[in-house]
Design a protein. Structure first.
Length: 348
């Protein structure tokens, strides 16, 4: 992987797309405004381990305005922007992430009437990250709520247990049946990431979500970091199974699932993806058109990725692709064509 992925500007086509689908909304505060903090302290978790987040502090003269504007952003993200409830909201914390490409701010908002709280993130807008969010919204089992205005991205918090924490603290306590179910979900998650070219899904970039269902717990896996969408040239970057941080869950996959089951789960995920593409065809096609006209990677990476996928599929559309948008279009076409012909073969 590249040491640092560059940030790509939002094109006119993508800006128009965001406006059409109500993602573009004027907001009262920007990412750069939050960077003007006057001091900070490290944030430690319950085990007294440094989280690599810092709590930002602002001068009294700035904090009042910042808090008010963040409450307004919260209302724009989660409701219709009505400000009647602002007097019941409190900004408990503004945390800044000191590592990674996006360097986000995490905002903790609490309702003082019942002490319920939630988070949202303020990030620097980046075209590849926005494509990742939108593809997640369209193609995954989950909807995603985010807003974009000029150079600022507002993104909802995705709840769940970070994969690395889950594997360390929860997976050893799971029953054999639960481990098999988690293994199945990882296979499907792995396939979904590869098809829509979402990279860098190391264990701390996705969450495991436990849901109680009658007398059992059902586990789902969901991405939380969309920075590495359609940028890298090595296909393995888009396959979570190859990251050493996922070795523990891959061992469970090998232990609990037979090869025929793995192939069947891959085919199931491809079929579901095809159905999602068809159910949102106009939106998917409009998004792909934006990607085709956009620059979100580098020529050498595009050529390498196109060649690697062609070697797997023997589909000339990948071989002829000249950009990441064209590779994504070829991927969608390949999935739909095989689905309509009832030929959902697994790619190993």
């Amino acid at each position: 992987m590249s040491k640092k992925k560059p940030s790509f500007k939002i094109s006119k086509n993508l800006d128009s797309y965001l406006n059409n689908y109500k993602r573009k909304i004027e907001i009262p505060i920007f990412y750069e405004d939050l960077k003007r903090f006057s001091g900070s302290v490290s944030v430690f978790n319950e085990k007294n381990v440094d989280t690599l987040w810092v709590r930002a502090f602002y001068s009294d003269s700035e904090r009042k305005e910042i808090d008010l504007n963040l409450k307004k952003v919260y209302n724009l993200l989660h409701s219709d922007g009505n400000e009647d409830n602002i007097k019941f909201l409190n900004v408990d914390a503004i945390d800044y992430c000191t590592f990674g490409n996006s360097k986000p701010f995490r905002i903790k908002i609490r309702n003082i009437l019942n002490d319920n709280f939630t988070y949202f993130y303020v990030k620097k807008a980046d075209a590849s990250r926005i494509y990742g969010l939108e593809l997640e919204h369209v193609l995954s089992p989950y909807n995603l709520n985010f807003l974009v205005f000029q150079n600022t991205l507002i993104e909802e918090h995705i709840t769940g247990v970070p994969g690395d924490e889950f594997y360390e603290n929860f997976l050893p306590k799971c029953s054999d049946m639960e481990k098999a179910q988690i293994a199945k979900e990882f296979v499907k998650f792995n396939e979904r990431c590869m098809i829509r070219l979402l990279g860098d899904m190391r264990s701390y970039n996705y969450v495991v979500i436990p849901t109680h269902d009658f007398d059992k717990v059902v586990y789902k896996i969901r991405a939380i970091d969309f920075d590495q969408q359609c940028f890298e040239g090595n296909l393995q970057v888009y396959r979570p199974q190859f990251f050493k941080e996922n070795n523990e869950i891959m061992n469970i996959v090998k232990e609990k699932l037979e090869s025929n089951s793995v192939k069947q789960y891959k085919i199931e995920e491809r079929s579901i993806l095809a159905k999602r593409i068809l159910s949102s065809l106009d939106r998917s096609e409009e998004l792909i058109k934006c990607m085709i006209a956009d620059k979100i990677s580098e020529k050498n990476k595009i050529k390498l990725l196109a060649r690697q996928i062609y070697e797997l599929t023997s589909d000339n559309n990948f071989k002829k692709a000249g950009g990441m948008g064209e590779i994504m279009k070829a991927s969608f076409d390949y999935i739909l064509r095989n689905y309509e012909n009832h030929e959902m073969l697994s790619i190993d």
